[in-house]
Ligand binder design. Structure first.
Ligand code: ADP
Length: 405
């Protein structure tokens, strides 16, 4: 099935057009600066350099139409008519407690996505705008929502509740939701395939370490805990996000700095994490460069990141009563051997034995990097959220009868 995967942000739309069965990417690109002037579409076929169109895109509907024109254009298109788009899969960040799986988009589903606006004010509104722009531009083509939170909906209450007055959960839906679910699901399934054991029989810890980082515990095929919380600010420290801190720091800072909650929240989201600690960068490559020439705060940021990963792996092994596989994915964990070995350091007592040669020799490709006698398998599995969304879309559309005309 040919699926158009859409990731709509407030002023951008990222897309991939792919064959869900084989994973072949027919085209990919991004429409940028939608509605803010000087908009531009960068459209690539396979791995080729992007063709750049400087088209005026005052809103998301025009942006989607520009993407569709690029897909059908005789000179650089990949399909001869829009009829060849079998379905559209949308990344939707927050599904709240409404969705434990991907769904075919209906008016009711759109209302439920809207009801989560407060929980994800930066993401869900543009996600819905992207859905409506596609509905208008491709009437009759099935649209599917794939939620970042869905995979984590299987967590038990003892993992997702906060020890706050219970009424706040009932009134505002305050609880842990978790994010990166599409990635945690994709890489944990793939890890089971690589190990050659049934997914439902394994205890897997997945470490998605990228610009945003989260770790999840997957027990017998179900997510039972994850490090991000009601928002993606929680868990291990990240590029610019603080991760878990004592909540009293927030009120302390508001008082001491004579500032307001929004300013502190912005600082915790955008000026903290390894950037805030090091004062150097949120990019781990810059941190390694700085640490290499003696920058102590860059070294501290790297040490803290590895320590927090290690602590989370240990706590999830405790939560599941053991672990069979630790999986590393996303930009930092796929590319950096030192982060992987730091995250596993000292965990030999749990049966985690990294093979230094395999670990150092592998980058951005699937591999088992533990020793042959390691009781726990340690794997690198590059994530592919677009392919996961395309497959989910094909699964939901299953019957070709979904398309109406
Ligand atoms: P996103 O969450 O935006 O999808 P990615 O998964 O692409 O993020 O990860 C981006 C991060 O990967 C960058 O911040 C960069 O620090 C990190 N990264 C990429 N290559 C390396 C590397 N060789 N060593 C350490 N970090 C790396």
């Amino acid at each position: 099935m040919k699926v158009l995967v859409i990731n709509a942000g407030s002023s951008s739309i990222k897309y991939q057009f792919l064959e869900s069965a084989t994973g072949e990417v027919l085209a990919r690109g991004v429409a940028e600066r939608i509605g803010v002037g000087d908009s531009v579409l960068k459209h690539s076929l396979n791995e080729s350099d992007p063709i750049v169109f400087k088209d005026d895109m005052p809103d998301h509907k025009v942006a989607i139409q520009t993407v569709l024109q690029a897909l059908v254009a005789p000179e650089h298109g990949v399909i001869s008519s829009m009829d060849e788009i079998d379905a559209v899969g949308h990344r939707v960040v927050h599904g709240g407690e409404n969705f434990a799986s991907s769904v075919l988009i209906t008016p009711e589903v759109k209302r439920a996505i809207k009801s989560c606006f407060e929980l994800a004010p930066l993401h869900n509104p543009p996600n819905l705008i992207g859905i409506e722009a596609c509905e208008e531009s491709m009437p009759g083509v099935p649209q599917v929502a794939v939620f970042d939170t869905a995979f984590h909906q299987s967590m038990p209450a003892m993992a997702y509740m906060y020890a706050l007055p219970y009424g706040l959960y009932e009134k505002y839906s305050i609880r842990r939701y978790g994010f990166h679910g599409t990635s945690h699901s994709f890489v944990s399934h793939r890890a089971a395939e690589i190990i050659g054991k049934p997914y439902e029989s394994l205890k897997i810890i997945t470490c998605h370490l990228g610009n945003g980082s989260s770790i999840a515990a997957v027990h017998n095929g179900r997510c039972v805990d994850t490090s991000m919380g009601m928002t993606p600010l929680a868990g291990i420290c990240m590029g610019t996000r603080c991760g878990d801190i004592d909540p009293a720091i927030v009120t302390f800072l508001i008082e001491k700095e004579k500032t307001d909650a929004a300013t502190v929240e912005n600082m915790l989201n955008k000026e903290s994490g390894v950037l805030g600690l090091s004062g150097v960068s949120s990019d781990f490559r810059d941190l390694y460069d700085a640490a290499g020439i003696g920058n102590k705060r860059a070294s501290l940021a790297l040490d803290m990141f590895k320590y927090q990963c290690r602590k989370m792996i240990g706590s999830y092994a405790a939560a599941m009563g053991g672990v069979d596989a630790v999986v590393f994915t996303a930009g930092i964990a796929e590319n950096n051997a030192d982060i992987r070995s730091g995250a596993c350091a000292g965990l030999e007592y749990m049966g985690i034995k990294l093979d230094p040669y395999k670990n150092n020799a592998t980058r951005a490709k699937e591999a088992i990097v533990s020793t042959d006698d390691s009781r726990v398998k340690v794997l690198i599995v590059p994530t592919n959220e677009e392919l996961a969304i395309a497959r989910e879309t094909a699964r939901i559309c299953g019957a070709s009868s979904v398309r109406s005309s």
